[in-house]
Design a protein around this ligand. Sequence first.
Ligand code: G6P
Length: 369
Amino acid sequence: VTAEKAGFDHFMLKEIYEQPKAYRDTMGSRIDPSGKRIVMNELKMTDEYIHRIQQIHIVACGTAYHAGMVGKSIIEKLARIPVETDVASEYRYRSPIITPNTLVVVVSQSGETADTLAALREAKRCGARVVAITNVVGSSVAREADDVIVTWAGPEIAVASTKAYTSQLIAFYLFGLYLAQTLGTQDEAYIADVVTELKLLPDKVEQILQHAEIIKEWAEQISTHDNLFFIGRGIDYAVVLEGSLKLKEISYIHSEAYPSGELKHGTLALIEEGIPVIALATQPELFEKTVSNIKEVKARGAYVFGIHTLGETELVKAVDQVLEIPQTIPLLSPALSVVPLQLLAYYASLARGNDVDKPRNLAKSVTVE
Ligand code: G6P
């Protein structure tokens, strides 16, 4: 078993460290040798079809749903197509408006999640085209979808998903760029810039992993608490939702992820002396507002751990502890900023003596609705 874990104590840690490879493998030949364009030969949809897409629904469960929330930002920004996200177990029951010009993107690591499969079938029944983003070639979801984008993360064993999630993000970047390039919603130079930055992500993840010790200390500090908050704005909010889920799944510490600006409309009442708050601030246009939200919780006694992009010094003054992550273009930051949050969950679970790879009550793949 130790051999399977390649010297790591747990599958989860091994899988966290496999992310640079998973990014490279998922990008693979989908980046044109010129380094400026995306090639997606696996897609059967025609350019003519892409021009007809009026709306996109992204449907998934759990961590894959959180990847879909980032996917919404990516597609809307790059391709300017309106996107809705739904939790798969809710999708069918809200009588969603699905037309033949609706593209439904289902996201599933295993490709076997019952709720996701049921949503896929409902979408097809209503005449939509379905794209599956999955890690398992030949899975049920892959077989039934019209198009399949495989994430080449390799087998994921730990129940808490890490490299599958980040590979799903990479798949969304590639697909979003592909749509933009087909629709002409972004100019070629911009697409080339994003592709260049995408290729730099694996090395930047390596750099973050070199700071795992800092996160381990943070995890030890939070492990004695029963409640904490994650805050972030914009795309950072989608990332903190995933960070909070990860922590709940394996450390059993209750946490809530909140859009920082919304705190003052209720949840701020829960901020009391010493409560840990993890603040993510990677988006330049929201930076100032985020810093003022951090000051609001600090003023009420919160102990704030801040994660921000290198070069923003204002945050350093506002928080109690700080971790800097490498710079990238703001849209790509989730592929970096989630990594410290994965490590935080891992080390908090470890500090509490939990079974990291097999958390109570949870299954890797849920095949009942
Ligand atoms: C289970 C797992 C989660 C996962 C979710 C969706 O609940 O414990 O980690 O995110 O299913 O799985 P899928 O295979 O569809 O991505």
